[in-house]
Design a protein around this ligand. Sequence first.
Ligand code: KDG
Length: 302
Amino acid sequence: MAKRIVSIGECMIEMSGGEDRTYRLGYAGDTLNTAWYLRALLDQDWSVDYVTALGQDRYSSDIRAFLDDNGIGTNHIQTIHDRRPGLYMIHQEKGDRHFTYWRDSSAAKLLADDKSALANAVEGAELVYFSGITLAILAPRARGRLLGAIVKARDNGARIAFDTNLRPALWSSPRVMAGVLTAAASLCDIVLPTHTDEAPLFGDKTIDDTADRYLELGVEEVVVKDGSKEALIATANERVRIAPPPVTNVVDATGAGDSFNGAYLSARLTGKNLREAAEAAHRTAGIVIGHKGALVDPKLVR
Ligand SMILES: O=C(O)C(=O)C[C@H](O)[C@H](O)CO
C-alpha cells in the first residue's frame, strides 16, 4: 500500500496575470501548492491527500475534479452545503506579489468542525503537512481541534511538517499570530519558516536566530527560507547553508515557498540529505517563479 501524505488547508480560486485586466483562473492555496509539488515529485509509492472543505457550487466541483485529475486524493474533503470556496487575486508591485482575498465565509473555514472526520483524514499518514494559514482561517476552538488531531497523528507515528506562513491580514493581532504559531510549531518535527516574514514579528536578526527559536522549541529540523538569499537548514547537530542558483526570469513569486517546501519534503522522504533536499527545493522554486500563479505543469518540475 502507498505511504500517505496528508496536507490540510484552504484551496481558493486564484486569479493571476491581470495585464489589460485579463486574468487566468486557477485553483491554489499554500498547503495545496505544497501537495501539488509533492505529488509532482514523488512516485506512486506515495499517495497525497488534500484535506479541506468545499461547497456544492460549480467551482467546488471543478476543484474536486482538478485535484482528482492530477492525482491528489479528495476522499477527505468535506462538503459544506451553504458555503463556497474563497478567492484571491494576485497583483505585482515593486517586484513582489501581493494578494487580495475574498475568503471570510469560505467553506474551508469549517474544515476542522468535524472532529471524527479530521481523525479519519490523518489516520495512517506518514507525513501531515499544514501551515499558519490553515490555523489563521479557523476559529479558536477549531484550531484546538486541528492541533489535537495532529498531536494524535504524531503519537501514532506520523511526522508533522509546518510552514508558519505569516499572513498578518488573516489574524486578529500580531500577538495572537505569534502565540498560536509558536505553540503549533512546538508540536512539529519539521518547521519551514521564511526569515524575512518572521524577523519583524519575533525580532530575529539573522536566519540563525530564526532557526534557533524553533530548535529551542524542540523542533528536529528547521528549514529557513530567505527569498533569493541562501536558505539555512538546521538540526541540533548540523547547519547547512545553500544559496539558490541565479534566476533571471521572475514572473510571479506566488508559490515559491510552497514549492520549495514540496520539493524539500519529497527529497527528504526519499532519503536525500539536508543539502541535496535544499538544492532540489531551490531548483523547483526557481522554475515556479518563472510562471504565473502558484501551480505549474508538473512536467516542468520533474
Ligand atoms: O495567501 C494565501 O492564503 C494563499 O494560500 C495564496 C497563495 O497560493 C499562497 O499564499 C502562496 O504561497
